[in-house]
Design a binder for this molecule. Structure first.
Ligand code: 13P
Length: 252
């Protein structure tokens, strides 16, 4: 059975107050979740400790980015080891905002994935095409290349620490969600690519992200190759986020 995951990526939003109130609420509500979903909070790194304390071993905590090096003179960066040291178990890698705004390349993504999995953290590797690429009929090819390149250095015994998040760039923060059918088609294609590179494709969780809300999560999560969601805006609203966590069907 694949891990079912709902992760809230706060991006550069939130505060110490939100870390206390929202995480406290999500933690208490998640105690009654009976669908086996792993709930992950991914705040800005500066709030990781506050969130870890609130999460109290009930929720998992992650970071939005790590440096690709082990340690050294890299001002402003944090390492996978530090992330683990602070109680995180997850990290995003290659989010489209990092690729587009900060010039993160597939090589950097691969190096970060290597650092994370060798520290025992779960790397959520984000992939997705732009609107232009989709309209040119290149969506599957673009995503396949990102998957292959980003996961090039994963060793045979490290696949259990890999999660792939499909986030079409045109659906992020725009209110435009991929239809459940389109998302399913891409997820099935990603699973084929994973099998093609020798990964245990059937056991790797694939998350969908891009304008997931309380009212569309259930349709997305009902698809056979969608194992959860990576939630942006709606993860900052306590009731909406919990409602998305509850939308995961039990026993799939
Ligand atoms: P939205 O849910 O705000 O569209 O953001 C998606 C996302 O980028 C999560 O990483």
């Amino acid at each position: 059975m694949r891990r079912k995951i709902v992760a809230g990526n706060w991006k550069m939003n939130g505060s110490k107050d939100l870390a206390e109130k929202l995480v406290g609420y999500v933690r208490s509500e998640s105690e009654s979740l009976d669908n086996g979903v792993e709930v992950v909070i991914i705040p800005p790194a500066i709030y990781v400790r506050d969130v870890v304390e609130q999460a109290a071993d009930t929720l998992a905590v992650g970071v939005q980015n790590v440096g690709q090096w082990q340690s050294g003179a890299f001002t402003g960066e944090i390492s996978a080891e530090m992330v683990k040291d602070q109680g995180c178990t997850f990290a995003l890698v290659g989010h489209s905002e990092r690729r587009q705004i900060f010039g993160e390349s597939d090589d950097m993504v691969a190096a970060k994935v290597e650092r994370l999995v060798s520290c025992g953290l779960t790397a959520v590797v984000c992939v997705g095409e732009t609107l232009e690429e989709r309209e040119a009929g290149r969506a599957e090819a673009v995503v396949a290349a990102q998957v292959k390149h980003g996961l090039a250095s994963v060793a045979a015994d490290q696949w259990s620490r890999i999660v792939v998040a499909y986030e079409p760039v045109w659906a992020i923060g725009t209110g435009k969600t991929a239809t459940a059918e389109d998302a399913q088609t891409m997820h099935a294609s990603i699973r084929k690519v994973l099998a093609g590179i020798g990964a245990p494709a059937e056991s790797i969780s694939l998350l969908y992200g891009g304008s997931v809300k309380a009212d569309n999560a259930a349709a997305l999560f009902a698809e056979p190759d969608i194992d959860g969601g990576l939630i942006g805006g709606a993860s900052l609203k306590d009731k909406d986020f919990v409602s998305i966590c509850r939308s995961m069907p039990a026993g799939t």
